[in-house]
Ligand binder design. Structure first.
Ligand SMILES: NC(=O)c1ccc[n+]([C@@H]2O[C@H](COP(=O)([O-])OP(=O)(O)OC[C@H]3O[C@@H](n4cnc5c(N)ncnc54)[C@H](OP(=O)(O)O)[C@@H]3O)[C@@H](O)[C@H]2O)c1
Length: 300
């Protein structure tokens, strides 16, 4: 039991070594890059992936494309969006729209929703994936960096869900997938705000699921452990957990596939990988006060 608990904690720490907060926080100007949607493929339903140009979001986009959804991908980087659109349209008989917005900016969700409503987009799936975190986020980062993380991880998810609700309701049965993390299951002192934002996403998803049940909109929440979306996650996992950590990680492609499959099956909490699931069960069972102490003791 002791070993299993240590493993669960180590996994949780590793699983959330995602996009680092030392990344410069540049609020790029909103830039709309859209084609004229007169494509015959527009008879297919649409899925939006906010944070869909790379990593888990791109894997979710692939899994949706396989199931014949047209896509609207949102991210900041124009070149990555164009590359993602090119790959997806070459592989699948779908149409991909790309919108370049910084989702941490307050006005982005409104502009994106207006773009969709003006075009009467047949939106059936909304995936709120974009998020960032990293080690030592609280007490070590300036307030504007912390606010940026809160805005991206929580506010954008809340605003996108609310403002796109009219289209999701019109096209029901429909689906919302919010991406949290295993870090959301218990407080991690060194990742205090990241962990708190992901806990908020989990709690928000539970409540929203209940609120939208009668509207035939299903809400799911993905809570992954380690996913090697960038080299530093793999490096740190290997350094801290060795061979065992490498076995624990779930490839992005599989995370995307599991997330979409289970979202369409209306599952509430989605945790890819057997070991991650076991770890999450242990973490969720223990009192949060204990978990904060255990993580703190481990330097987590
Ligand atoms: N990887 C893991 O181990 C792991 C574990 C648990 C949970 N998660 C969660 O899974 C989600 C995705 O993680 P990931 O590792 O796949 O990240 P990633 O590889 O960095 O991809 C993030 C995606 O979101 C976009 N994005 C980032 N910031 C944005 C912003 N401010 N506005 C608009 N788009 C933005 C990125 O494009 P641009 O940079 O061009 O904007 C990219 O398309 C996050 O919410 C993360 O917390 C990840």
């Amino acid at each position: 039991m002791k070993h299993l608990l240590s493993l669960a904690i180590a996994l949780c720490i590793m699983g959330n070594a995602i996009a680092q907060m030392d990344e410069p926080i540049i609020a790029s100007d909103s830039l709309e890059i859209s084609s004229n949607p007169t494509n015959p493929k527009d008879s297919l339903p649409y899925a939006m992936v906010a944070g869909g140009s790379k990593g888990i979001g791109y894997a979710i986009a692939v899994a949706l494309a396989k199931r014949n959804y047209n896509l609207i991908l949102i991210a900041r980087g124009y070149d990555t969006l164009v590359a993602a659109k090119g790959k997806l349209e070459a592989l699948y008989p779908i149409h991909v729209e790309i919108l370049s917005y910084d989702l941490a900016k307050e006005e982005s969700a409104g502009a994106i929703a207006k773009w969709c409503i003006d075009r009467n987009i047949k939106l059936k799936v909304l995936c709120n994936v974009a998020g960032l975190g990293g080690d030592h986020d609280y007490l070590r980062l300036p307030l504007d960096s912390l606010r940026y993380m809160v805005n991206l991880n929580v506010e954008s998810c809340m605003a996108m869900s609310l403002l796109l609700l009219p289209l999701l309701e019109k096209n029901a049965p429909s689906y919302i997938l919010n991406v949290a993390s295993m870090a959301g299951f218990a407080p991690i002192p060194s990742k205090n705000m990241y962990s708190a934002t992901k806990a908020a996403v989990i709690s928000f998803s539970y409540g929203l699921r209940n609120q939208l049940k009668k509207k035939k909109i299903s809400v799911s929440c993905l809570a992954p452990g380690p996913v090697f979306t960038k080299p530093q996650i793999k490096r740190v996992t290997k350094e801290r957990l060795g061979w065992f950590g490498m076995q624990m990680a779930v490839p992005p492609k599989k995370v995307g596939e599991v997330a979409v499959k289970k979202t369409l099956k209306k599952k509430m909490i989605i945790i890819p990988g057997t070991w991650t699931k076991i770890s999450a069960t242990i973490i969720r069972t223990l009192p949060k006060r204990w978990m904060a102490g255990i993580y703190g003791g481990l330097g987590g």
